[in-house]
Design a protein around this ligand. Structure first.
Ligand code: SF4
Length: 426
């Protein structure tokens, strides 16, 4: 697909995501094209394939992808993708780059019309390109390194390592092996730490490190029996933070620190929120049902629309003085059948963001029902109550009384609304 000349001059970028099951870690609903693995029984035979979704995307005009086909056999994947790309190439907006994504084609023409165009195109491709699409080969995950698994689990008995084991280690389907999630606070890792992580991959695993879409690194094929040794190396490298992909694992885009379009320091707020949760809401830190994601402007590179608690940066005048702010969105979920974006609840000054989030999480801690997910809690509690909990954190006294509250996180300089042009920057 990438080398195809037709794909070199598309109206704009085109993002594709795959997920191996309904858990959907690949985040298919927010991509131009999402493919979720599925198996269907056809004529008494189990056939591998995909549920295909199209037209998703975030940014200031977020759109959830819609189903193109509930089941596309794997053999039909390439003609289907080629047909989608061709329809985008033909109907995408080339005059206005702000409207030049597939989601706007779906919005303008409607999913039924776009589906009809794509299926007709696929039919034509089947006839004209018969035999020219390579077959999809099933990838078999295999370990190449000689180390043998050890099925026992000796791990230092202290609480911190037990917590790391509970949150950062996931047993693989292959008995005796595990994946280790190396949590990178704000996605940062030093050159020295990267070398140490690479050594772990080489010495214990099969030599590769996988970057996740949650700003962490995954080490696969770690023998269970070597976990205590691996943990000790990560501790020595200061890279053994527990809580990977839990509430405390706050992620953000680069924000105003380096991004031309950034308004606020989303990285600064991410650090503050993570530390506040660890310090003051320790019992919730490893909650797997709520994630916090932050963007430094409405463009949503930090994926704030799809987090239980999402925040994006802006600016507002209080008493005639500009201060950095965050819009809080609550209750997003990508759970199959319930997929939705977060709902805007309140806008808070950046320096009061941690207090606002803390108030919200304290309410969640006290009032949630057993097994209740955060999005269900948000619905049951209702916007009126949630807004009243956040209200004390939405205003500021004059800067003569609290000058520090008019600053951004990580800055001691007066806040100025300054943005440039261009794409976001890491
Ligand atoms: S444009 Fe920049 S500041 Fe805005 S969301 Fe993207 S990376 Fe963050």
């Amino acid at each position: 697909m990438l080398r195809n000349p037709m794909n070199q001059n598309l109206p704009r970028k085109f993002k594709i995501a795959f997920s191996g099951c309904q858990e959907d870690s690949g985040l298919t609903p927010i991509h131009d094209l999402g493919a979720r693995a599925a198996i269907e029984t056809v004529d008494g035979r189990q056939v591998r394939g995909f549920e295909i979704l199209i037209g998703g995307g975030l940014g200031p005009a977020p759109q959830l992808a819609q189903v193109l086909e509930p089941f596309t056999p794997a053999d039909d994947l390439l003609p289907t993708v080629a047909a989608i790309v061709r329809v985008f190439d033909r109907h995408g907006n080339r005059d206005n780059r702000n409207l030049a994504r597939l989601k706007f084609v779906v919005k303008k023409l409607g999913i039924d019309n776009v589906r009809a165009l794509i299926l007709r195109e696929r039919e034509a491709l089947r006839l004209t390109m018969a035999g020219r699409f390579p077959p999809i080969e099933v990838w078999e995950e295999r370990r190449s390194a000689p180390l043998q698994p050890n099925r026992s689990l000796p791990l230092a008995g202290d609480l911190r390592s037990a917590r790391w084991r509970a949150t950062n280690v996931v047993p693989q389907k292959q008995l005796g092996w595990a994946s280790v999630n190396v949590r990178l606070i704000r996605g940062d890792v030093t050159a020295g730490q990267l070398r140490a992580i690479a050594r772990i991959a080489r010495d214990f695993g099969e030599g590769t490190v996988r970057a996740t879409n949650q700003q962490n690194l995954i080490l696969r094929w770690m023998p269970l029996g070597a976990l205590s040794e691996i943990y000790a190396i990560l501790v020595r490298e200061d890279r053994a933070e527990p809580g990977a992909e839990r509430l405390v694992d706050v992620t953000s885009c680069p924000g105003a620190d380096t991004c031309q379009l950034g308004i606020t320091s989303s990285r600064g707020l991410a650090l503050e929120l993570g530390q506040m949760i660890e310090r003051e809401l320790g019992d919730l830190a490893d909650d797997a049902g709520v994630r916090i994601k932050i963007s430094g402007c409405p463009n949503s590179c930090g994926q704030h629309h799809v987090a239980g608690i999402g925040l994006y940066g802006g600016a507002r005048k209080f008493h005639d003085e500009q201060a950095p702010t965050y819009q809080l969105l609550l209750g997003a979920t990508l759970a199959p059948g319930r997929t939705r974006f977060g709902k805007p609840m309140a806008r808070v000054p950046a320096r009061q963001g941690p207090d606002a989030v803390k108030a919200l999480l304290e309410l969640y801690r006290v009032e949630r029902k057993p097994e209740e997910t955060f999005d269900v809690f948000v619905d049951r509690t209702g916007p009126e109550r949630l807004r009243s909990v956040l209200a004390p954190w939405t205003e500021l006294p004059p800067s003569s009384e609290t000058p520090e509250k008019y600053l951004d996180w990580g800055s001691d300089e007066k806040f100025k609304l300054e943005t440039g042009t261009g794409e976001c920057a890491a």
